[in-house]
Ligand binder design. Sequence first.
Ligand SMILES: CC(C)(COP(=O)(O)OP(=O)(O)OC[C@H]1O[C@@H](n2cnc3c(N)ncnc32)[C@H](O)[C@@H]1OP(=O)(O)O)[C@@H](O)C(=O)NCCC(=O)NCCS
Length: 149
Amino acid sequence: MMIYGIGTDIVEIDRIKKAMERYPQFVDRLFSIDELVYLGSKALNPQHVAGGFSAKEAVLKSIGTGLRNFKWKEIEIIRDNKGKPFVRLNGKAKDYVDDNYIGNIHITISHSKNYATATALAEVSIEKRWIDIESMLIGANEESGRSIN
Ligand SMILES: CC(C)(COP(=O)(O)OP(=O)(O)OC[C@H]1O[C@@H](n2cnc3c(N)ncnc32)[C@H](O)[C@@H]1OP(=O)(O)O)[C@@H](O)C(=O)NCCC(=O)NCCS
């Protein structure tokens, strides 16, 4: 396994709580339907919302980009059936990781009374590199085939 990058983030839970109170659209803006189902199961407790937000920021750092022209919802923090979080990317964020040969992104989240924190680890995808190299070779073969004819 080759590491592409790591990212970490820490969020004040109170800041998230205040944002949720001030802007009712806050969670809908940031989280996908699947994420909202999970957060809803936690009664939208700001601790978990802050953890989810922190995780998205950690992912953005692990791939070295920041938010750029990505949308928050394109970086989804989903849970498996044991409650372990994992990362699912869509849209421009997915295109970026594919273009840069980034594979699986691992995520871990923690919170205490006042803070939520997350750490992400992005792997290099050898497979994506191979797929690209293979298609380049096929392209080159076709090119040389054409020039012979
Ligand atoms: C890169 C980004 C994720 C940094 O997060 P942040 O919450 O602004 O700031 P943090 O204190 O958590 O992190 C700062 C550290 O991130 C690191 N960092 C900056 N750019 C980075 C990048 N492209 N990739 C990885 N790490 C980066 C730096 O080490 C920085 O510390 P430094 O200034 O002492 O060098 C951020 O700029 C970003 O894109 N955030 C999302 C957009 C946004 O506007 N959020 C506002 C909240 S609604």
